[in-house]
Design a binder for this molecule. Structure first.
Ligand code: SF4
Ligand code: MG
Length: 319
């Protein structure tokens, strides 16, 4: 609810604060149990920061997060779980990172990587944990013997399978995938995505899936939120969003997909200019500097978010 994450901009020898980069600027959304929610937008729009702030891996600037009926933090009320409670909660909330090369410690064996969390939380003893790791690796399509090997002995796709096995080790309820297939070869992406889909079903997971790729999100997600400069412009079910994109930014993103069904006949919408800096976002509707439908009011007033169809939210003065 009203989640914000600002990064201070500092200048000079005394590190005087001169402004903020508003990476996540007041976003509210929910993910139903068992749902896969897609967070899409161009790079730098605040997707990863949103994921990390939800998990409290980044200190939130404002807003609150509730998980499974429990508040994790509420900045305005100065409330947060204690360190111990947070550590427990973390077991239920795991993250799969974008870069399988960077997210696995090259000095640790695969067995050590997958069992690390189980041992830290004292869920199993060492021997049991290794057995569980073998099981998880096999579920993720790798031989049990992988536990003795090191990350460099695996391909990118295999490393991401290791990352997925690790994320499942604590039996989580909720997973955030931060562009988990973006760094992989296109030929491997579908395999890893299918694996994730199977595991989400099998483990009864709820998922926040971060991606810049609308095609992937459409195929994978139940509902989608489109982000621009730290804010949501449109949130809806995958079907609604693809059949009837309402926000000009969503329309432009969709029209850029080759053979995108709904806009096939229409012309590709080419957006003018670059994404403005989140340190100095445009007044009013943040998209107004690039919007083909911009009106005077857009330059002054932030558009309200309206529910135009059931479960389909749009922030735009056209509606
Ligand atoms: Fe375009 Fe105005 Fe809608 Fe923003 S509010 S997307 S500028 S029409
Ligand atoms: Mg990112």
């Amino acid at each position: 609810q009203s989640l914000k994450k600002y990064f201070p901009i500092k200048k000079g020898v005394f590190s005087r604060k001169v402004g903020d980069i508003k990476a996540v600027d007041d976003i509210s959304f929910y993910i139903n149990r068992g749902e896969i929610f897609g967070l899409v937008g161009e790079s730098g729009c605040g997707k990863s920061t949103t994921g990390r702030t939800i998990l409290n891996l980044l200190e939130p600037t404002g807003g609150s997060v509730t998980f499974d009926g429990r508040r994790i933090y509420d900045v305005e009320e100065n409330y947060r779980l204690s360190t111990e409670e947070m550590a427990l909660m973390r077991r239920d909330m795991q993250m799969i990172f974008q870069d399988p090369y960077a997210s696995l410690d090259p000095r640790m064996s695969v067995g050590a990587i997958v069992t690390e969390g189980m041992l830290k939380h004292k869920i199993y003893d060492k021997k049991e944990a290794m057995e569980k790791a073998k099981e998880l690796l096999e579920l993720c399509g790798l031989p049990a013997s992988s536990i003795k090997k090191y990350p460099h002995e695996f391909s990118g796709g295999q490393r991401q399978r290791i990352g997925i096995a690790r994320s499942l080790a604590l039996n989580p309820k909720f997973i955030i995938g931060d562009e988990p297939i973006a760094a992989l070869d296109v030929s491997i992406q579908a395999q890893v995505l299918t694996l994730m889909q199977d595991l989400i079903e099998q483990f009864d997971l709820t998922c926040l899936f971060i991606s810049h790729d609308l095609c992937v999100v459409r195929y994978f997600c139940d509902r989608i939120g489109v982000m621009y400069l730290g804010s949501f412009v449109e949130v809806g079910t995958s079907d609604h969003l693809f059949e009837n994109p309402m926000h000009p930014y969503t329309q432009a993103l969709l029209s850029a997909i080759p053979k995108s069904m709904p806009i096939e006949e229409k012309q590709r919408i080419i957006l003018q200019g670059d994404v403005p800096s989140p340190a100095n976002p445009p007044k009013g509707c943040k998209f107004h500097t690039r919007c083909p439908y911009v009106k005077d009011i857009c330059k002054e007033q932030v558009p309200e978010t309206k529910e135009l169809e059931t479960d389909h939210f749009v922030s735009c003065h056209l509606y």
